[in-house]
Each structure stands twice: as C-alpha cells, then as structure tokens.
Design a protein around this ligand. Structure first.
Ligand code: NAD
Ligand code: TYD
Length: 351
C-alpha cells in the first residue's frame, strides 16, 4: 500500500535515521520531513537522500496548527510519525517553558489537526508517537520498566514527554484517533548533537578537553544504537497494534563511568595515543539536579510480538559511532560553532 507519511523532527538525530530508512526502504511511499530546524535540527544529516523523488522537506513549527493542517491536507498525509521535541534533560532544567511548549502544545496541535482532518474516515490512518523510557521515572538497582509501569516523570523533559504521551492516548480514547506509542531507552550513534553524553565526550577527547562526569558517574542507562531504534519504529509502524504501547531497549545497561572508560580506551586506540591518555581528562563535576539513577527497559513485548531485537553488539555500535565522528569533522565543526560555545560555557563553566 502507498503511504504519505509526515515525519516530524526528521532533521534531528533519531528522526534523520528514521527518514533515511523509510525513504530508502519504501520508494513507493512519500516521506515528508516536517522540522523547525532548531539548534538540534540539521539538514546536513540528510544530504544523502535529499534529492530522492519520494522525499519532501517542509520547514515548520509543530505548534503552528494552521501550517500543520495545510501540510496534512495538501500532501494528503495518512500517517504521522512524531519525533519533534526538545530532547535534552539539562536544557529542560534551565528552560522548562520551551519543553512544555514544544513537547506538549506541539503534540496537541498535531493531534488536533490529524483528528479534524481524518475523523470522517480513520481507515488507513495512524498517529505514531515516539517517546522515551524516562516517563517511567527512576529505578533502583533492580527491576525493569514494562509497558504497564506507572508513569513517574522526574525531570521537566520527562514530565513534558509524559504529558504528551497522555494526550496521545486521550485522543485515542476520546476521539478514536488510531495511535501507537513507543518508549525507547538512550540512543547513540552518528549525527547525535554533542550535548548528550557520548558525542560530547567523543568531541571533548578529540579536543583534549575535560570530560565532565556528573556526580560519581554511578547512574545507569540502557544504550541502543540509533539505527536499531529506527528499525524498531519501522516494525511498529507496519505491524504494531493500534492503541498499543511498545517499549524498545538495547538489553545493554552501563554505569556512566564504565561506559566513559570504554569510550576513552576506544578513542586512545583510534588516535594512536597510549592507553590511559583520555582517562586523565575525566573530571567529576556537580551532579545534575534530580538526576535519575537508573533506566532499564524490558523489551520482551516488541521481541515476542514483532520479532524485533537489536542487531548490533555495543562494541560494534561504539566503533561505528567513533568512526563516524572521525570521518565527519566538518559536521562537528558546523554544529559546535556559533551558539554551541555559549551553551557549553553556561552548562559547564564553574560546575
Ligand atoms: P533531537 O533533539 O536530536 O531532534 C529534535 C528535532 O526536532 C530537531 O530536528 C528539531 O529541529 C526538531 N524540532 C524541535 N522543535 C520543533 C518544533 N517546534 N517543530 C518542528 N520541529 C521541531 O532529538 P532526538 O534525540 O532525535 O529525539 C527525537 C525523539 O525521540 C524525541 O521525541 C525524543 O523525546 C525521543 N527519544 C529520544 C531518545 C534519545 O536517546 N535521544 C530516546 C528515546 C526517545
Ligand atoms: P544524556 O546523554 O544527557 O541522556 P539522559 O540524561 O537523557 O539519560 O546523559 C546520559 C547520562 O550521562 C546521564 O546519567 C547524565 C550523564 N552525563 C554526564 O555525566 N556528563 C555530561 O556532560 C552529560 C551530558 C551527561
């Protein structure tokens, strides 16, 4: 079946991998990338597919409901894969309003537009909302988040994402809008903006700058290679059950400090520096306010129902990621010029 899919946030980190996968794997679909191009959006991420006949870019804000309605109508959109969001926890601590505006009001604007345009015939329509495991809160040393874990968001970022998830399910319950939701663990890989842990540390090692470890480095995250997330989204989009939620995870938990040491060793090898060189850059800094201790996902539902498993081992994923940043120094230079230095100073100076 031919589909006309609106992918929001397609110029961002995960969105660009989702756009690429759909454009390349489904030439019969029309893929519309709808993105505001905030600091996190970068059309360079999509250079390799920008001239494909089944790809269209629309620059726009998801909060601009008139433009959203116009785009859905004019391009005959039948499905939305919604990734556009403010996504960095540290920024949500300094500027929670922007997170509520984009993540909550932006999602509501998309839902309202889709409902109004599709309501006479929901057949063949889908609103797929991409969310995070952070909505479930923080775990102790034991246990995993499942699809039925009660929501308990603890940062302004996760509170805004949780709120948007609730609106998506409310539109299904109240108006019958066909929806599906997935909640994924931490992603890493090519094209990730160097504000998140892995690309920030790779970039700092390249520049021999300190590696700011929050607190004692004992927080735990589950890491998934971004292309595997895109493949899970493909599986859920095509075969997920309407109204359902799917958790996506890497079966790959790491304490921050252990992960950082893996990156340091891999970077020393890549740079031809003596083992231990990068580790000397590790600097313990003031902890993030309200820092969630541990996230861990039970991804057995998507595995059992849709047959999805991560395809890469962590060591392979990290090597691919490091190689990408080495081979794309212009990309890093591009995104770390201008405002980035102000961001970096305000977040880390004197910490
Ligand atoms: P990102 O910050 O790299 O990209 C966000 C994209 O959204 C950018 O291209 C930006 O320009 C766009 N955008 C922001 N505000 C917009 C607006 N008002 N209108 C239109 N476009 C706008 O984010 P990411 O890390 O790729 O995350 C994508 C989605 O996946 C988010 O919804 C996030 O909550 C979710 N998620 C991320 C992770 C992760 O580890 N990064 C894990 C699980 C879920
Ligand atoms: P991050 O990549 O921001 O993802 P999230 O907070 O959404 O999980 O951070 C991953 C972990 O790394 C988290 O426990 C915070 C920690 N961290 C640092 O120790 N130093 C840093 O400079 C950053 C950005 C993160």
């Amino acid at each position: 079946m031919k589909r006309n899919i609106l992918i929001t946030g397609g110029a961002g980190f995960i969105g660009s991998h989702v756009v690429r996968l759909f454009v390349n794997n489904y030439p019969e679909y029309k893929i519309v990338n709808f993105d505001k191009l905030t600091y996190a959006g970068n059309l360079e991420n999509l250079k390799d597919i920008e001239n494909k006949p089944n790809y269209v870019f629309v620059k726009g804000d998801i909060c601009d409901i008139d433009l959203v309605i116009k785009t859905i109508k004019e391009l005959n959109i039948d499905s939305i894969i919604h990734l556009a969001a403010e996504s960095h926890v540290d920024r949500s601590i300094t500027d929670p309003f922007t997170f509520a505006q984009t993540n909550v009001m932006g999602t509501l604007s998309l839902l309202q537009a889709a409902k109004e345009i599709w309501k006479d015939n929901y057949e063949g329509k889908l609103f797929y909302h991409i969310s995070t495991d952070e909505v479930y809160g923080s775990l102790g040393e034991e246990g995993f988040f499942t699809e039925t874990t009660p929501y308990d968001p603890k940062s302004p970022y996760s509170a805004a994402k949780a709120s948007s998830d609730h609106f998506v399910r409310a539109f299904n319950n109240t108006f019958g809008l066909p929806i599906v939701v997935s909640n994924c663990s931490n992603n890493y890989g090519p094209n990730q903006f160097p504000e998140k842990l892995i690309p920030l540390f790779i970039n700092n090692i390249l520049n021999s700058k300190p590696l700011p470890v929050y607190g004692k480095g004992e927080n735990v995250r589950d890491w998934l290679y971004v292309v595997d997330h895109a493949k899970a989204i493909d599986a859920i989009f095509h075969n997920g059950k309407v109204g359902e939620t799917y958790n996506i995870g890497g079966f790959n938990e790491w304490k921050n400090i252990d992960l950082i040491k893996v990156i340091c060793r891999a970077m020393d090898k890549k740079l031809g520096r003596p083992d231990g060189t990068s580790e000397t850059l590790i600097t313990y800094v003031t902890d993030r306010a309200g820092h969630d201790h541990r996230y861990a996902i039970d991804a057995s539902k998507i595995n059992k129902e849709l047959g999805w498993v991560p395809s890469l081992q962590f060591e392979e994923g990290i090597e691919l990621t490091i190689n990408w940043y080495f081979n794309n120094k212009l990309w890093i230079e591009g995104v770390t010029s201008g405002q980035y230095q102000n961001y970096y100073n305000s977040m880390y100076e004197g910490r």
